[in-house]
Design a protein around this ligand. Structure first.
Ligand code: CP
Ligand code: NVA
Length: 300
């Protein structure tokens, strides 16, 4: 792997190798001597807010011997309109890797191309690969894996999270049911490109949750969509709550990438009942991303 730009471009072998490495890094945290980022500076370029992604990358880069340089879009000329390809060609001559959170997926692709740096997608409008790796690690830890398991995604059927989950299901072969209002379902063109019969979509959230071992949800309005109140109005009946979970498989787990809006996509009761899993999932961002950094690191 040269970059982590999407789940789409990974293989099952890539994903499993990263998760194996993440499990070792988690177990050996604080005692592993290898410093593969020693002497390296990694730029963290963020055009959107972040708690988990920023903190886990800053800590992870330091723990691997490197120096993280946080650059909010507004701190650099990118925020004043300097093109991504110029920003990339400058940073490519100065730093050793880049982690980018932005809007257009093409910007992350262009940054990787023009900088030549190992580049990590820290969330775009199209994908959130780091989050999905942490989610899969959590499923492995909590359920022993996804073999024979049904995963449900309840919420926006065509967000960065859902798209990355659909690609993960395609690569790994587990059953994924997306329950989404009709206006937010993945378009037929995307489903044709995905070509994954194990991914099903429905406008009935309870049908999606029925028999699921993993119930996954996310905000109804992703960053950049906050003023789309007409979109939010479509989600009546899509709250992950106790009555929906009544339909899930015995021993199910609930995942939420966070931040969560209690009383919207998830009830306060369900979030607190499953807080142990949800915050383990958040912690796993650190371990999964350290595995990605180790995989992508080149000698300084
Ligand atoms: N889940 C996630 O990416 O959280 P942040 O937006 O806080 O980074
Ligand atoms: N879909 C959400 C994920 C946040 C981590 C968003 O893009 O805002």
């Amino acid at each position: 792997m040269k970059n982590l730009l999407s789940i789409e471009e990974l293989t099952a072998a890539d994903i499993n190798a990263l998760l194996d490495s993440a499990a070792v890094l988690k177990r050996e945290r604080g005692s592993h001597a290898a410093q593969p980022l020693s002497g390296q500076t990694w730029a963290l370029i963020f055009a959107k807010s972040s708690t988990r992604t920023r903190v886990s990358f800053e800590v992870g880069i330091r723990e691997l011997g490197g120096f993280p340089m946080f650059l909010s879009k507004n701190d650099i000329q990118l925020g004043r309109g300097e093109p991504i390809k110029d920003t990339a060609r400058v940073l490519g001559r100065m730093v050793h890797g880049a982690v980018i959170r932005t809007y257009a997926q093409q910007d992350v692709v262009d940054f990787a191309d023009y900088s030549g740096l190992p580049t990590i997608n820290a969330l775009t409008d199209d994908e959130h690969p780091c989050q999905i790796l942490a989610d899969l690690l959590t499923i492995r830890e909590k359920l022993g894996g996804w073999e024979g398991k049904k995963v449900a995604f309840i919420g926006d059927g065509f967000s960065n999270m859902t798209i990355s989950w659909m690609w993960a299901a395609k690569h790994l072969g587990f059953q994924l049911a997306v329950g989404s209002p009709s206006a937010c379902l993945p378009p037929d063109s995307f489903l044709a490109k995905l070509a994954a019969p194990n991914v099903t979509v429905t406008t009935d959230p309870v049908a999606a949750a029925k028999g699921a071992h993993v119930i996954n949800t996310d905000v109804w309005l992703s960053m950049g969509q906050e003023d789309q109140k007409e979109k939010e109005a479509q989600f009546a009946g899509f709250e992950v709550n106790a009555s929906m979970l009544f339909e899930a498989a015995p021993g199910h787990i609930v995942l939420h990438c966070l931040p969560a809006y209690r009383g919207k996509e998830i009830s306060a009761e369900v979030l607190e009942l499953h807080a142990d899993t949800i915050f383990q999932q958040a912690e796993n961002r650190l371990h999964a991303q350290k595995a990605v950094l180790v995989e992508l690191a080149r000698p300084a």
